[in-house]
Design a protein around this ligand. Structure first.
Ligand code: HEC
Ligand SMILES: [Cu+2]
Length: 405
């Protein structure tokens, strides 16, 4: 080492340099923490502000440490580069107790501050709020559905309970209310929401980036997610837990209505589909599938309903195929084939696909794969019309007979 490199700055100068470097690093941390959130989705909930503030706080610290480490690295590469022809070893340096104490103590303090800060955010964001809207969220491979309770008192005077579907009647008997289902989560600005989450198969995770919430769904347990929307709009809901083949298709939307009135307009429209179901089974089947009451959308593509799943065969034109290649392969009529491919899916596997479709059944209302016969017939009647002409290929009387009604 030359004499020059051994010359150290005087103590006074040293402090100034350290303070200057510290200020510069923290400033750099601030720049990083202010710039990064520009990439974030909308702050859709009251909670998202707290979460973002916590994240920005961590970015200031992380950004400053990043700049310190990278700065020292670049500095050292230039400053301590070996001179040409210098093949000697560097000076042997052993541990420095002061340095090690400092770089243990500072991170300990930082982590402690972060623990206290994030614990407070977590406690405040997960606390029960007054006047919560309670929604059941169900995750199934590979679709979300959301159910809302409708009290018996909401049934209009001109509707008699005995005309409602058997499933609704059973629910009314059991709990004086029934549920309506949607493949979207509907809420409105200012009303706190509590989503009770259940999975009907394996683990999923309910993630709404705009609300800054993410919560696992655990088999056999109900978990909760809470938030209060503050910004009207439609935002994505994503499954954040690799749950199988169609995981990437397991998406839905949250619709935040601007006020209670527009929310209730949606709610009443949806309840009316139960009070005044369409006479035509085809129309009824379309409505049932569009509601998201069954998880078909996560596995099948069907343009008429906007489905984009790829785990199972494309259902565009399935009526034509049921009437041609499938009829030839199974010896069944199209209505019989479509009926059996839902109640007994593994009996005949479409070439190129495995036995991944859940077996829907009409017998046990408590089971996740329950599909009552009246829903089933309507769904099959609808699939029978997925043809190039839009005409049904099925004999509906025969369908009623096969399905046992
Ligand atoms: C977890 C994924 C999954 C879900 C959910 C699912 N299916 Fe399937 N489906 C499949 C697979 C895979 C096949 C092909 C293998 C077979 O024939 O069983 C299939 C086959 C079918 C077929 C036969 C298609 C043809 O070309 O012959 C029909 C019809 C069908 N499904 C309807 C439905 C309906 C209606 C629902 C919702 C009530 C549904 N599926 C839910 C995966 C799924
Ligand atoms: Cu999932």
């Amino acid at each position: 080492m030359s004499a020059e490199t051994n010359k150290r700055p005087t103590n006074n100068n040293g402090y100034i340099w350290i303070v200057a470097a510290f200020v510069l690093l923290v400033f750099g941390g601030f720049v990083i923490s202010e710039a990064t959130p520009l990439l974030f989705p909308t702050q859709g909930s009251a909670e998202s502000r707290q979460v973002d503030d916590l994240f920005k706080f961590m970015l200031v610290i992380g950004g400053a440490i990043f700049l310190l480490v990278q700065g020292l690295l670049v500095y050292s590469v230039i400053r301590f580069r070996a001179k040409p022809g210098d093949t000697s070893d560097g000076p042997p340096i052993h541990g420095n107790a002061t340095l090690e104490l400092v770089w243990t103590a500072i991170p300990s303090v930082i982590v402690l501050v972060l623990v206290i800060y994030s614990y407070n955010v977590w406690i405040s964001n997960t606390a029960a709020k007054d006047n919560e809207q309670v929604v059941q969220g169900i995750g199934r491979r590979f679709a979300w559905s959301f159910t809302y309770e409708v009290p018996e008192t909401a049934i209009p005077d001109d509707v008699s309970v005995s005309d409602l579907s058997p499933t609704v009647q059973t629910q009314l008997e059991a709990k004086n209310s029934f549920t309506i289902t949607s493949n979207e989560l509907h809420t409105y600005v200012g009303r706190p929401v509590k989503v009770l989450l259940n999975t009907e198969d394996n683990q999923h995770a309910f993630w709404i980036p705009a609300m800054r919430i993410k919560q696992d769904l655990l088999a056999g347990r109900t978990t909760e997610a809470r938030f209060t929307p503050i910004e009207a709009g439609n935002y994505p809901i994503v499954c954040a837990e690799l749950c199988g083949d169609g995981h990437g298709a397991m998406r839905a939307e949250i619709v935040v209505h601007p006020d209670e009135e527009t929310y209730l307009a949606w709610f009443n429209d949806t309840a009316n589909t139960v009070f005044y179901p369409p006479e035509d089974p085809v129309e009824r089947g379309r409505q049932i599938l569009a509601s998201g009451a069954y998880p078909c959308s996560g596995c099948h593509t069907l343009s008429d309903l906007g489905w984009q799943g790829v785990t199972g065969p494309n259902l565009n034109g399935v009526g034509d195929r049921a009437d041609s290649v499938r009829a030839a392969a199974t010896g069944e009529t199209p209505e019989e084939y479509l009926h059996r491919s839902i109640y007994f899916p593994s009996e005949y596997l479409v070439p190129g696909f495995g036995a991944l479709m859940p077996q829907f059944q009409p017998d046990d209302p408590g089971a996740p794969n329950y599909m009552p016969i009246e829903d089933h017939i309507a769904i099959v009647a609808y699939l029978c019309t997925q043809t190039s002409t839009g005409e049904s290929v099925c004999d509906l009387d025969n369908l009623n007979q096969i399905a046992g009604q």
